[in-house]
Design a protein around this ligand. Structure first.
Ligand code: APR
Length: 168
C-alpha cells in the first residue's frame, strides 16, 4: 500500500500522470488557486469543454481531457466550503475523494494526483482534510487494485508536513 501512495511538493499542472484532480467550483468555468492554474495550463479548450458539462454539485466529480496539460485527463471535483461543520462538510469532502477515484477507475486511469481539496479558499481545516484524504484513498486502494499510484500534491510547506505526519 505504501508504494501506491506518494506525497509530492510542487505544482500539480506539471505532473505527467493519467489524471490530475481539480478543486473546481460548481460552475466548472475556472477560478483561482488550483482551478486557475489548471485552466491556464490546459488552455481555452478546457473552458469550451466544461461549458457543456453543465456544472458540478459539491461532493461530485466530472471528467475532461487534459488538453495542453501533460496529464491525459482532469477530474474536476467541488469541495465543500468550510463553515464550522454545520453543512455536512466532512461527508462532502469524503465524497470528493470517493467520486474522483470511482471516476478514475471507470476511465481506466492508473495514476492520479490530488491537490489538497478545500484547504485553500474554502478554508477547510488542514489536519481534518488531510486525515479524510488519506483515509478515503487508502480505503479505496484496498478495494481497487486497478489504480497503481495516488500522488498527494502539496503546494506549500505546511500542507506537505501535514501529509507527511498523517501518512506515518
Ligand atoms: N498545484 C498544487 N496545489 C495548488 C496549486 C497548484 N498549482 N495552486 C494552489 N494549490 C493548493 C493551495 O495552496 C491549497 O493548498 O491547493 C490547495 C487548494 O486550494 P484552492 O485552489 O484555493 O482550492 P479550494 O480551497 O478547494 O477552493 C476552491 O477556489 O479557485 C477557486 O474555483 C475555485 O471556487 C473554487 C475554490
Amino acid at each position: 500500500m505504501k508504494t501506491r501512495i506518494e506525497i509530492y511538493k510542487g505544482d500539480i499542472t506539471k505532473l505527467k500522470v493519467d489524471a490530475i484532480v481539480n478543486t473546481a467550483n460548481t460552475s466548472l468555468l475556472g477560478g483561482g488557486g488550483v482551478d486557475g492554474a489548471i485552466h491556464r495550463a490546459a488552455g481555452y479548450e478546457l473552458l469550451d469543454f466544461n461549458r457543456k458539462l453543465d456544472g458540478c454539485a459539491t461532493g461530485e466529480a466530472k471528467i475532461s481531457p487534459g488538453f495542453k496539460l501533460p496529464a491525459k485527463y482532469i477530474i474536476h471535483t467541488v469541495g465543500p466550503v468550510w463553515n464550522g461543520e454545520n453543512n455536512n462538510e466532512e461527508k462532502l469532502l469524503v465524497s470528493c475523494y470517493k467520486n474522483s477515484m470511482k471516476l478514475a477507475v471507470e476511465n481506466k486511469i492508473k495514476t492520479i494526483a490530488f491537490p489538497s481539496i478545500s484547504t485553500g479558499v474554502y478554508h477547510f481545516p488542514l489536519e481534518r482534510a488531510t486525515k479524510i484524504a488519506i483515509t478515503e484513498v487508502k480505503k479505496f486502494l484496498e478495494k481497487n487494485e486497478s489504480i497503481e499510484k495516488v500522488i498527494f500534491v502539496c503546494f506549500d510547506e505546511e500542507t506537505y508536513s501535514a501529509y507527511q505526519k498523517m501518512l506515518k
